[in-house]
Write a protein that binds this ligand. Structure first.
Ligand code: ADP
Ligand code: MG
Length: 315
């Protein structure tokens, strides 16, 4: 069974509805499932018609929900780093270091890094606390960055470790004449912390690139822009070795929609043909446009049988 299933795509295509319905289908088969939203525009709670927050909430038997808040995670992340670093520096520069960390926290990549950390933490809990995790992700660009981060961060951390090693080497030379310093640098918590992080990223990478463990599904509508965006994203994920499980083509207008929708429907048919030829090597599932929004477990359950084909891909 796949341990990590991601749903991604443009906003409004139906990621949350698909993630919720798919998680529901896993749970009803007895799989302990966690469904997590990493989209700052959370709507998981709306889909289930139940409150979900920043703490894991039980939604029904075998099913838990969680909405990750980037700002909260970034704050937690900064605190941990502050505690670790402030322990190591002399009192004279504590304030300056604090300021530096706070500036780093305001930088554009900080929330991503924090969410990524949470991501990895959750991934580590799969196989123990949960059997399977379903990710309802943020619109494409944001998520792709997140999924391709491990590779980039690993290289970056390797670089930092190397620098630190050199610095330690110099310090050791100086410590020959300074017993207090020699005592201080017996162990190097900075290298330890960096190495631990490197291992975390490596683990995330192993998970994400293992097609038996992870699958990324694009949710798109039969329209021009989502198709182009999906094609680009498929290429990028492929480059980074992330396994694409398939496509969910949502909101397909059914033939019984009647004369008023006929023009739209025939346009969709053209786009569906395009999707089928571009993405012929992937599993494709079509979901009909329903006559109302999808809200609550009962309505989600109607989608469950239609998503069955997603289980087969990647195995
Ligand atoms: N097949 C469908 N038929 C009718 N409404 C749908 C369908 N799929 C999704 N919706 C509705 O469209 C809106 C956007 O769906 P959502 O799953 O929240 O998309 P995303 O998470 O990609 O932004 C929601 O109001 C949802 O209930
Ligand atoms: Mg959503």
């Amino acid at each position: 069974m796949r341990r990590f299933t991601f749903f991604g795509g443009k906003g409004g295509t139906g990621k949350t509805s698909c993630a919720a319905a798919y998680a529901l289908s896993l749970a009803s088969k007895g799989t302990r499932t966690l469904v997590v939203s990493t989209d700052p525009a959370h709507s998981l709670a709306d889909a289930f018609g139940k409150p979900i927050g920043f703490e894991t909430a039980l939604l029904r038997e075998n099913l838990w929900g969680l909405e990750i808040d980037a700002e909260v995670e970034a704050k937690k992340y900064m605190k941990v780093i502050q505690e670790k670093v402030l322990d190591l520096v002399s009192a004279a520069i504590v304030e300056e270091i604090k300021r530096q960390i706070e500036i780093a926290y305001m930088s554009p990549g900080a929330e991503e890094a924090a969410i990524f950390d949470k991501f990895v933490e959750l991934m580590e809990s799969a196989g123990t606390t949960y059997d399977s995790i379903v990710f309802d992700t943020a619109p494409t660009g944001h998520t792709l960055r997140l999924l391709t981060l491990p590779e980039i961060l690993e290289t970056w951390i390797e670089h930092l470790i190397e620098k630190r090693r050199k610095a330690m080497h110099l310090m050791k030379m100086a410590a020959r004449y300074d017993s207090v310093l020699a005592d201080k640098i017996k162990e190097d918590p900075i290298i330890e912390t960096l190495s631990a992080r490197k291992e975390k990223f490596a683990l995330a990478r192993r998970y994400l690139t293992d097609s038996a463990l992870s699958g990324f599904f694009f949710v798109l509508n039969a329209e021009k822009l989502p198709i182009l965006e999906t094609a680009r994203a498929v290429e990028l994920l492929g480059k980074h070795g992330v396994h694409v499980g398939g496509m969910v083509i949502n909101k397909v207008i059914p033939p019984e929609a009647g004369a008023f929708f006929e023009k739209r429907r025939s346009a969709q048919e053209g786009y569906l043909a395009d999707i089928n030829s571009r993405f012929s090597s992937f599993v494709r599932v079509e979901l009909p446009l329903l006559d109302s929004d999808i809200q609550g477990v009962e309505q989600l359950e109607m989608m469950v049988p239609l998503l069955g084909a997603l289980d087969a891909s990647g195995e």
